[in-house]
Design a protein around this ligand. Structure first.
Ligand code: FEO
Length: 397
């Protein structure tokens, strides 16, 4: 399968159609591991693919060059989905030299010893291939301390590794070739992998203009390549990394016998009544990744649970742990739920939202043993929703 990104820069990656869990993040659409071959007087391979996918990568390389003739292997990032086939590549290309960041070298030596020639590079360093010149840009913590970008200067192609990617397995290689909303998949990727690194990403984006690069194509290491107006994904990253919110609320909850579910729907009613968009998720019936994808842009997160054994239901607890790890910011939060004898879940959720650094509202809890919500309770739920929506609107001003 031939795919020229631009002027002798080729996609030589692998498609993982069956990847459904990427270190704990649900990936229902699979993914791809994108490696790029740059052919000039010298031949460079930028990144490799996950272990077990080497043959697909070699098939792609052979379309353009003998793998033994690869002169340089650029390791933009150590994580196994990109370096898992490095040993196979170095076995095939016996004379190849590796180029990577200082931290990547430490990781490579730790794993493989000193058996390969490794050149450390820093931001601004270049590697001439002939007519083409590659420039390196360190981007620590996007997504690991070793991460860097490789920029093909004359061709204006940015090989951005994890940044700007999506977990998508497709026949196409370019974003403008598919009908799907790729920006949504890029948001899912950002929300579930990169969100906790947002302050670092925001700083890195501010430095981009000073680096004197003007990419016409952004080719990440997962999913589709941004060829048509690549500025769209950079603009989206600027909004996501600064937690610029929209007038949206996300309700995520678990319910034992339906009362907390009824509360959730009435709270949603109140939020909608005030003209704020809402997404409602029964955690049992949803993936955490899909909830977090909407939560990234929402101003409010509303979390509910019935009480069982004096604590929140385990599915809500799992959601709370996932939320806390991803460290969302600039959001208001509220807890709610129904209980039979002794409560506990709502306080636990409220404490968890505070511990996550979110601005919390007064929670809403009802005690009901074998009964349903009264008309007064229902009105309180709707009013609770209206209060959240008003806070959302006030928080956007
Ligand atoms: Fe796609 Fe951080 O690995």
């Amino acid at each position: 399968m031939k795919c020229e990104v631009k002027n002798g820069i080729y996609w030589v990656g692998a498609i993982d159609w069956n990847m459904r869990d990427f270190h704990g993040y649900d990936t229902p659409k699979g993914t791809s591991y994108n490696a790029y071959l740059i052919v000039d007087e010298k031949i460079a391979l930028v990144d490799t693919v996950k272990g077990g996918f080497s043959e697909e990568m070699f098939m792609g390389i052979r379309e353009h060059a003998d793998p033994a003739k690869v002169d340089y292997v650029i390791v933009n990032h150590l994580e196994k989905d990109h370096s898992g086939s490095l040993e196979d590549v170095m076995a095939a290309a016996k004379g190849a030299q590796i180029y990577c960041s200082t931290r990547a070298k430490a990781g490579l030596v730790d794993k493989y010893g000193e058996k390969w020639p490794i050149n450390m590079v820093k931001t601004g360093d270049t590697l001439k291939l002939g007519k083409k010149t590659l420039r390196f840009i360190e981007v620590p913590m996007i997504h690991w301390p070793d991460s860097m970008f490789t920029y093909a200067e004359g061709d204006k192609v940015l090989l951005s590794n994890d940044a700007f990617g999506q977990h998508l397995a497709t026949s196409q290689r370019f974003e403008d070739e598919v009908r799907a909303n790729v920006l949504y998949d890029a948001r899912a990727y950002y929300a579930n992998i990169l969100m906790p690194l947002s302050p670092i990403i925001a700083e890195a984006l501010k430095k981009l203009p000073g680096l004197n690069i003007a990419p016409e194509i952004i080719a990440p290491s997962h999913g589709l390549i941004w060829r048509k107006d690549p500025g769209r994904i950079v603009t989206a990253y600027a909004a996501w990394s600064s937690f610029r919110p929209k007038a949206e609320a996300v309700i995520a909850y678990s319910s034992m016998w339906g009362l907390t579910d009824m509360m959730a729907r009435l709270i949603a009613w109140g939020i909608m009544d005030e003209g704020v968009d809402v997404r409602l998720y029964d955690i049992h019936a949803s993936t955490l990744a899909s909830i977090m994808t909407d939560l990234l842009e929402a101003k409010a997160v509303v979390v509910g649970s019935s009480t069982q054994n004096n604590i929140m239901l385990h599915s809500t607890a799992e959601f709370m742990a996932y939320l806390r790890g991803l460290r969302p910011k600039n959001k208001i939060a509220a807890a709610f739920g129904a209980y039979g004898w002794a409560g506990g879940a709502v306080k636990e959720i409220d404490d968890g939202l505070k511990a996550a650094g979110l601005e919390t509202m007064e929670p809403l809890a009802f005690k009901h043993i074998m009964t349903t919500l009264s008309e007064d309770d229902k009105a309180k739920c709707v009013e609770f929703g209206r209060g959240i929506a008003k806070k959302v609107k006030g928080g956007l001003q």
